[in-house]
Design a protein around this ligand. Structure first.
Ligand code: BGC
Length: 991
């Protein structure tokens, strides 16, 4: 720490800092850091003291596979040999290259050559795998979950959960356990071998030490983080694959520990200004004098790490109350966060954990101090024994060094005797990561108001399942009393089975399991911090007394900016499901889902739902960060086109030209990339209308990729032209306009089949050209008829995937079919939102169906239709960016009594609501100060008589009725204020 007085002669950097501190507070976030990156020394894997080793082994043909442990070298190790040819399992010791068998058994698990294809959701792992690879997985014969436990010199082997073999293995020269407990576990690394007859795949490897801490976990998701000397990533995208006869020894494992760092420092007086900046490779949790700093969770943000690292800033109001004169202690705990075990499609860092933190203080006399991470920090292992974004946490409260983050006289001697055997030792400097440190302006992720359980089930003695009534992303918070060493196991799921036990189907390979081990200190409270789960149900197993359990929703703290209400409880529930799914998938990236082993930044999922999100929540700062995250994505228009549409949606809604200017280079780069790649404007690849109603199976999740991507590309070209026009980039505008026109014509030429039909004439192949204005004027009526015919053919159900669904209500409403749109939206039969809700859905599903090979019950991507609730049912649209001029054009479905929306926009709050009353439709509007609205009153064709409108002129500003009619609607101009229109209803049976 440095404490400077103004009278001293600071160096240039220090002077700059002092000036900044005493002038205007800490505003220059990009200001240089004097802190250094730190980490802690890690144990060499050749010295691992393995207690438990778990791995799943798959064999494609009958043959052998081996798990090696206590490996000092290939000539000195222990081996578990699995042989499916004769159904045997053997424990062997290898000393000086000589292999000796210690025990052998025959196991049913190894004999049954069942076809396990498709189990455990391996389908989804095939996301980008070709058909041959899919076949390879389909042929897999054996899946064995092997667990090797070393208790003193006794080694026990469990196969598929059953104890199969045990033997005493004592290495020559190793002491007997009774004499020296420590030495009784063989030390050494691990490895795998496949037999000569079959390739083998090793999955979900977990290695725990004698004290229960995870030494190493590898899910083998990333080809560059396999950490073994041989083998390759299995084509399923999950597993280390060894060719027949291959040996792979662990060579460069990355540690998965959860270290604590601390730094004590002394202050002459309480500071008057304070700011703390922090970034970590790994999630961090900070304390100051034993109290949490701020309330961010799951920080820092996920970004493309090689480009930028977004550090968090804590301001004076989060710090000053925690600081005191005399001794203070800063504490940091690190978790794994988005490390090498995070989704193979996600952005992740693949090196050792590291922390950089800088606390800048200013005192009343103008002097300043800086405390930054450096070698003066110390570290110790923490109470988290294991932690993973998908698998959960194991927190052993007995291992929490009691007063580790409280001030004492010495910085080092803080552990209480019972806490941990380890001493606090100096931290090490770490190399700086590649990306640039930049300030994070995104709304933080926070824990929100907890939910209480609605009811509980007891599927078997000792197990209680709590139902929180709502699918959320987050975790449980518990209060528990018991004795030291008691455990509480929490398992999370979106579904339960008929007995009321949790059904973890949708979690796929995410264990979603938190364990709390009590220290017996009275009432203990616990909630996880470095993991999160997607769930409605929590299953608890404990012998302790659990007086309280709550479910804590965790998501980015985006402010509500809009609300939509209506008279139809089903529509209310759909709106609720949309909003929950959006929030549950907002961490620092918009994720695809929040429960299974994925949670990846999916551009396509985000692209379709962004407009709905923007109408419900203040997404400007949130999406600005995302807009800059995705600049490097070059793929098909369905996936990467978000680079074009996101800046445009933000501009239309928030009216911020600077933001559009910021997003424009990426938008332009994408369109140029696309025009190089598809010069004829026909795109032949992509996901298309992802996840239409289907019979399950990877190929069936795609929906007409060619038509959808070509239509999207044409729309995106038009958007780029409009953006260039808005920014007055004339040359680009001309160029993009010309190519947008060509793309539009190319789409029509290529896909038009006559009689209004595009492509296969499916709902989506009609919807997209109509939505994107790709249909020549004279063909529009025919195209709409073909759309209606496609809907009738599907029995009045949606036949759409995520892109079609986004535009379903818009297109039908705009072309005179709001009633049909409403029927599709609210059908209670499969496929439909109403059907999902009838099955108990409180969030949106990934597929229309209930359970499939790839299925989450909390995907936001079908929620794009939620934008239409505001823009069509309530009818609020920006006629000029940022609602500088408002359009109000409500569509009134026959099945709805009333609907109303409120929208907070940069222009102010806009309200539009209507209800049926005594033969009239009463339309009420609120238009913000200084803004006017063009109101299109529902017309004759829709069953209203707008020419007989009665404007209640006594409330609010008077309304100037314009003498013009557009598409059968009467257009009136409304100024700021509140307006009420009474519009006679023409068709009595529609009331
Ligand atoms: C994700 C989807 C995504 C898809 C396409 C899935 O695993 O969950 O939401 O759009 O992959 O890659």
């Amino acid at each position: 720490m440095t404490v400077r007085k103004e009278t001293e002669q600071p160096n240039d950097l220090a002077r700059a800092e002092t000036e900044l501190a005493s002038n205007a507070g800490y505003t220059a976030d990009a200001e240089a850091w004097s802190a250094q990156w730190i980490t802690r020394p890690t144990q060499n894997h050749r010295d691992w003291h393995v207690h438990t080793l778990e791995v799943r082994v798959s064999l494609e043909k009958d043959g052998g596979a081996e798990i090696w442990f206590a490996v000092r070298d290939v000539e000195n190790c222990r081996i578990l040999n699995l042989d499916t040819a004769d159904g045997s399992v053997a424990l062997c010791e290898v000393r000086g290259g000589v292999r000796k068998e210690a025990a052998r058994a025959y196991a049913a698990e190894l004999e049954a050559a069942e076809d396990k294809a498709g189990e455990g959701g391996s389908e989804d792992g095939l996301r980008q795998a070709g058909p041959n690879e899919a076949e390879a997985v389909g042929r897999r014969l054996h899946e064995i979950a092997a667990r090797i436990v070393m208790e003193n010199e006794r080694v026990r082997v469990y196969l598929n959960g059953r104890e199969t073999l045990s033997a005493d293995l004592l290495l020559p020269g190793e002491a007997k356990s009774e004499q020296l407990h420590e030495a009784s576990f063989a030390r050494g690394s691990i490895g795998f071998r496949s037999g000569a007859a079959s390739a083998a795949v090793f999955r979900k490897l977990r290695v725990f030490g004698a004290d229960g801490r995870a030494l190493y976990v590898n899910r083998f998701y990333d080809p560059s983080a396999l950490h073994f000397g041989a083998g390759s990533l299995d084509p399923s995208g999950n597993g280390l694959r060894l060719k027949p006869g291959e040996t792979a020894l662990c060579e460069n494992p990355l540690t998965v520990d959860n270290p604590l760092f601390r730094r004590a420092f002394s202050l002459p007086s309480p500071p008057v200004k304070a700011r703390l900046r922090v970034y970590a490779l790994g999630w961090y949790e900070l304390t100051l004098n034993g109290k949490r700093i701020g309330d961010r969770v799951l920080a820092p943000a996920n970004t493309p790490y090689e480009q930028r690292l977004l550090f968090d800033t804590y301001e004076a109001d989060e710090l000053l109350d925690l600081l005191q004169s005399g001794e203070n202690v800063l504490g940091a705990m690190l978790g794994n966060g988005y490390n090498f075990n995070y989704s193979r499609w996600g952005w992740k860092w693949k090196r050792d954990k590291a922390l950089i933190l800088q606390l800048d203080l200013t005192f009343a006399d103008g002097s300043a101090a800086t405390i930054g991470t450096d070698e003066s920090w110390t570290w110790a292992p923490g109470p988290l024994l294991m932690q993973d974004i998908y698998d959960g946490e194991i927190y052993d409260a007995r291992f929490k060094p009691k007063s580790w983050d409280l001030p004492k006289h010495s910085a080092i001697a803080v552990t209480d005797a019972a806490a941990t055997a380890e001493d606090w030792t100096p931290a090490m400097l770490a190399p700086a990561p590649e990306g640039m440190l930049e300030p994070n302006a995104q709304p933080p992720i926070r824990a929100h108001r907890p939910l209480e359980p609605l009811c509980a089930y007891q599927p078997e003695p000792g197990i209680t399942v709590y139902d929180f009534g709502q699918n959320i992303a987050g975790w449980a918070r518990i209060e528990v009393r018991g004795t030291s060493g008691d455990e509480v196991e929490l398992l999370y799921s979106e579904l339960i089975d008929e007995r009321g036990a949790i059904d973890p189907w949708t979690n796929r390979n995410a264990s979603a399991r938190d364990v709390y081990v009590l220290n017996g200190s009275g009432t203990e409270t616990y909630e996880p911090r470095f993991t999160y789960h997607g769930f409605r149900y929590v299953q608890v197993r404990t012998t302790a007394n659990l007086p309280k359990i709550q479910a804590v929703p965790v998501h980015a703290d985006v402010r509500e900016s809009g609300s939509f209400r209506s008279s139809d409880p089903l529509l209310e529930q759909i709106q609720s499901n949309i909003r929950h799914s959006i929030l549950n998938n907002l961490v620092s990236i918009p994720t695809d889902c929040c429960q299974r082993d994925e949670r990846t930044p999916c551009l396509m999922d985000s692209a379709v739902v962004e407009e709905a999100a923007i109408h419900n929540f203040d997404m400007k700062a949130y999406y600005r960060k995302w807009m800059n995250d995705i600049v490097g994505s070059d793929s098909n228009p369905d996936w990467s086109g978000d680079r074009v549409t996101l800046p445009w949606h933000l501009y239309r809604h928030y009216g911020d030209l600077d933001l559009l200017r910021e997003g424009y280079p990426s938008m332009k780069a994408y369109i140029e990339y696309a025009s190089d790649r598809w010069p004829g404007f026909i795109v032949t690849e992509g996901f298309g209308d992802w996840c239409p109603p289907n019979e399950d199976g990877w190929d069936n999740y795609f929906g007409d990729p060619e038509l959808v991507n070509t239509a999207l590309y044409a729309m995106q070209s038009g958007v780029a032209a409009e953006a260039a026009e808005a920014l007055d980039y004339r040359e680009d505008a001309m160029r993009f306009r010309a190519s947008a026109d060509k793309a539009r014509a190319a789409f029509h030429d290529y896909f038009y089949r006559g009689n209004g039909v595009y492509g296969k004439g499916s709902q989506t192949s009609q919807l997209l050209p109509l939505a994107f204005d790709l249909v020549p004027e004279e063909e529009i009526a025919g195209a709409v008829n073909a759309l209606v015919a496609a809907i009738e053919k599907a029995g009045g159900h949606p036949g759409t995937g995520i892109y079609g669904t986004r535009h379903l209500l818009d297109v039908l409403a705009d072309h005179g079919h709001i009633d049909l749109a409403y029927e599709l939206l609210t059908t209670k039969e499969y496929p439909g939102f109403g059907w999902q809700i009838a099955q108990g859905a409180t969030t949106l599903w990934e597929q229309w169906s209930f359970k499939g090979g790839m299925h989450s019950h909390d995907h936001a991507m079908f929620g794009g239709i939620g934008a239409s609730f505001y823009t069509r049912i309530a009818g609020i649209q920006p006629l000029r960016p940022g609602y500088a001029k408002i359009g109000i054009r409500p569509y009134i479905p026959a099945g709805l009594e009333w609907a109303e929306a409120r929208l907070d926009t940069p222009a102010g709050r806009i309200c539009s609501g209507w209800r049926r009353k005594e033969g009239h439709l009463v339309l009420e509007l609120e238009i913000p100060e200084g803004i006017s609205a063009e109101v299109a009153l529902p017309g004759e064709a829709e069953g209203f008589r707008p020419h007989r409108v009665n404007v209640a002129a006594d409330i609010g500003t008077a309304v100037a009725v314009a003498d013009q009619t557009k598409s059968g609607r009467k257009i009136v101009e409304a100024g700021a204020g509140r307006h009420v229109f009474n519009i006679p209803i023409n068709i009595p049976n529609r009331t």
